[in-house]
Design a binder for this molecule. Sequence first.
Ligand SMILES: [Zn+2]
Length: 506
Amino acid sequence: MTGPGASAFNEVVALAARRGFFWPSSRDLYSDAPAGFWVYGPLGLRVKNKIIDMWRRRILAREGAQEIETPSVLPLKVFEASGHLEHFFDRLVECGRCHSRLRADKLLEEATGSQISLEGLSDEELHDLLVGRGVRCPVCGASEWTGIRRFNLMFTLAVGAEAESPNAALRPETTQGSVVEFKRTFTVSRGKLPFVMAQVGRVYRNEISPRRALLRMREFQQLEVHVFFDPEDTSAYESKLAEFSGYRLRFLRGEDRETGEITEMTVEEALSSGYTVNPLITYWLALYQRFFEELGFPRDRLRYRELLEGEKAHYALVHWDLEVYTEDLGWVELVNNAYRTDYDLSGHSRVSGVDLSVDTPRGKVLPHLYEPSIGIDRVILHLLLLSYRRDERRVWLALPRELAPYDVAVFPLVKKDGLPERAVEVARRLSREFAVFYDDKGSIGKRYRRMDEVGTPACVTVDHRTLEDSTVTIRDRDTMEQVRVPEERLADSLRRFLSGADLREA
Ligand SMILES: [Zn+2]
């Protein structure tokens, strides 16, 4: 049996396209369609919706978050205030021979295998490093490079018939919508600080080299929480932290970047040492690490990577990426956790002229912002990678049962003798409560394999004995073990099985 192995990535992406999780947009008809845009098929969308649903129940509901939905198109002034016009760029270098345009930092990282940040270097320093190290063009092999050029990653738009130049842009993050609408949302919700907002939304970045399927996309989806708070008063979170007493956070600290050594700290240690700044940030770091464990990510594959000066986003005071490890992709960021201070609200106050401070017991306060931002597409890609299993007989996805696209499949053993009619009836009853897939085509073995491949946790089969004694079999995806249960107990058994019980106890 293979776990998440070195060749899993290509197999998982192929499986995803073949079975309907995700595939590249428009390519079936138009082979030259731009890269970095992906379709969610019926199965992928089910998984995505389940994760969003779990996030709403386990994070937003318990934290009393006010979720809003803002447009993808925002006026350029918003991005002037947010700093994206000035700071949101990649540095391009052009090959002197074949004129390929490539990211200077990625070229250097790949050529030197370096874990050290290059983002703090000036344009000249980057260029000199490329030349000095003799970095070669991956396309043609030349090592002549022209000067560095800055390339803004936002898609700009000219909105309206009169517009002659760009006056708006597709948002590169949902944050700005929440910041711009903060004051009204705060007022209509009768809010007080700390005030938690949230958004689910698509965002757009004109990536220079989209790659690795859902890893680097030009249109992707964020689940963002925006915690507005008074930096002088985070006491509300001191008592909330008690829930995480003794819980161990995993960090790759800035000074351990070279060795890769992970430091485990209890929430108490993280807070009292000052490393996680205040109780509010400490709480959210613990909440998100635990949420990812609940999503099925093993704790020893998770870490918070502290970003260094020059690597942090332009708005962040402290910044950790929650990363996951796979053999295929190494450590990859899933959640961007940034303490943005009052950077955003003060920028919008300055550019708009509108006072965005709010009344508190301490008087007027311009709130600070802490933001954990999930890139859900990467989460889905990694869930599939970590679930992928293969042995000599079959391929299966050992997805967490509650995140599988279908809860249960229902089959008649053969397509005759009244079995399909009985099975359709069983499927119809179960579909009131479960996501059910019914199939009566082909051999029973192939039907099981097909469900294993998409991660369906349970298969229910109606056979000739069902007609005699009203029992059916339930088969476990992971063990292929089968048990017989009376039809009238089927829903109860499935409910217990899907919430984690062993099949024999379900
Ligand atoms: Zn070249």
